[in-house]
Design a protein around this ligand. Structure first.
Ligand SMILES: Cc1ncc(COP(=O)(O)O)c(C=O)c1O
Length: 379
């Protein structure tokens, strides 16, 4: 797997991941230290060679690629008008809060990707977050807590599936139960599925998209997807929503006003190439990432058995519950070890850490050693 083992110098390349804290070794924000599929790079080069970068629109090749992807990968035949093109998925979450939040409340679950805990502010609405619960080693919804927290003011529910940071792929029955909960309480279900092409074992844990819900439930959903995590093109800013219900889609589009920039002309071409030609590369990526995932899980189990790492079914992110170590501040210990990790506090769970293992195995191994020896010094 030479392709992914190759270290690429990323310092001083204007990289958020590498240049924010030059003093630390970064394993935080969800961006991988790998070059994108060669087909994506070629498509970008070809587009750049054209030399004209005026305002763009989604070209036919992209729309075909998205429709093929939705049909083959998700089993959903999307008419073109159901697809809403966006310059990023987080702005889409914010847009959804503004479109559907009214003067109400947004509900989500923790731990969760940090913007889920703050986008309500863009819409000047309230938010409620309910902890996921661990049931026999599996993190799932706390239906009772959700039922007691929901009020007539609750207007939308933000779902992240596969789940960042827990790496969980929710099952068909969980998603149906969630959609029924939303329908019963008249909540719009916003389903962020950005990590759905990073599932390790699709036989054991298949992706059940909100788009796979039966017709009446599908009328209340907005599904958000993007090629950016899988093909490592987040810096190009492209994502899309699929909204089957016409009036919901109209509301979503109406809420844009003038708040969103034009979509990057290069992002469209990268997305097209990723979906059309990226599959062999994606399979190799998953094989490589699975090794890293096993390295983290096994190392933590053997060397820091008090920490808890949930079974990682998807994503290149590992959630490390350090609370049983009783460290004063796990993130400070990581920093002392020279590492820039993500602080669980931002995900609603202080005392936990998230490690991005989308990097070279040797680098990950060194980082784990540094972290373990820093923990040993502090316990
Ligand atoms: C669940 C989730 N949603 C959205 C994003 C970011 O999407 P974008 O870069 O398109 O705003 C991330 C990035 O890590 C993510 O993990």
């Amino acid at each position: 797997m030479v392709l992914f083992d190759q270290e690429i110098a990323r310092r001083h390349t204007g990289s958020l991941k590498w240049d924010r804290r030059p003093d630390l070794d970064p394993l935080w924000v969800a961006d991988m230290d790998f070059t994108s599929p060669p087909e994506v790079i070629s498509a970008l080069q070809e587009r750049i060679n054209h030399g004209v970068f005026g305002y763009a629109l989604p070209h036919r090749g992209l729309i075909d690629a998205l429709q093929e992807y939705l049909k083959n990968r998700i089993g959903y035949e999307a008419p073109e008008e159901q697809i809403v093109h966006l310059g990023g998925l987080v702005p889409a979450l914010s847009l959804a809060a503004r479109a559907f939040g009214g003067d109400g409340t947004l509900m989500t679950t923790t731990p969760i990707y940090p913007p889920f805990l703050s986008i309500h502010k863009d819409a000047r609405i309230e938010h409620q977050s309910i902890d996921l619960i661990e049931d026999q080693g599996v993190w799932t919804f706390d239906w009772e807590a959700m039922e007691s927290a929901v009020t007539p003011k609750t207007k939308l529910f933000l779902l992240c599936n596969p789940q960042n940071p827990l790496g969980r792929v929710f099952t068909e029955s969980e998603i149906i139960q969630l959609a029924e909960f939303c329908a019963k309480h008249e909540l719009i279900l916003i389903s962020d599925e950005i990590h759905c092409d990073l599932i390790y074992n699709e036989t054991e844990t298949p992706h059940f998209s909100a788009l796979n819900l039966p017709e009446p439930l599908r009328a209340h959903i907005v599904t958000l997807l993007a090629p950016s995590k899988t093909y490592n093109i987040a810096g190009l800013g492209y994502a899309f929503a699929v909204i089957p219900n016409d009036s919901l889609r109209r509301k979503f589009n109406d809420a844009k006003g003038h708040t969103l920039p034009e979509i990057n002309c290069l992002g469209y071409y990268a997305a097209e190439a990723a979906y059309k030609y990226g599959e062999p590369w994606r399979q190799n990526l998953l094989t490589y990432l699975a090794k890293n995932r096993d390295l983290i899980t096994d190392t933590m189990q053997q060397r820091l058995p008090l920490t808890r790492v949930p079974a990682i079914q998807a994503t290149y992110l590992a959630w490390i519950d350090c609370r049983p170590l009783e460290l004063k501040s796990p993130i400070e210990v990581a920093e002392k070890a020279g590492l820039f990790l993500s602080d669980g506090a931002f995900f609603g769970h202080p005392g936990c850490l998230r490690i991005n293992f989308g990097t070279q195995t040797s680098r990950l191994r060194n980082a784990l050693e540094q972290f373990i020896s820093a923990v040993e010094k502090n316990t």
